[in-house]
Write a new protein. Sequence first.
Length: 180
Amino acid sequence: MSRRPRVWFPGAIYHITSRGNRRSNIYNSPYDYEKYLSLIAETQVETPFHLHAYCLMSNHLHLLLETTHTPIPQIMWSIQTSYANYFNKKYELDGHVFQGRYGAKLIDSQKYFVDAGRYIHMNPVHAEIVEHPTQYHWSSYHYYVNGNPPPFLTTTKTISLFPGPKSYQFFVEKTPTLTN
């Protein structure tokens, strides 16, 4: 049975999730996390998109990604395939790195957009890895709080929906979140 194609249009925004096969780790070292982020940046040059938030956990990932002119399957295929090839070669493995097809929930409102960003940024806190979201290095949250984001990360859209960065910080840290 074939899969239904993903809904796509220029400007579509998605909360992307992907988990390691059998819930295995997909990042074993700091270099693995850095490699995934570098592949995002490389893919963004070839097929432009906006990355509004990310959180790379040891066995899964979250991206808040907005397309421009390229459908989401092409973007994710480039990132995920390149990373799986890197991972399998580095660790001398064969087979799937990721469990099935990535999840892609279409963001259909500003509220859902900011709620998804908060959920992504609070993921390490909810997983009890850190006490505060700024303590987690493999998340985009510290760029929202401290500024100076890397070129592949777009913080302006999110911040523009609040009176300023401090308001977004309060929203993320003080507003109760529901699990997604």
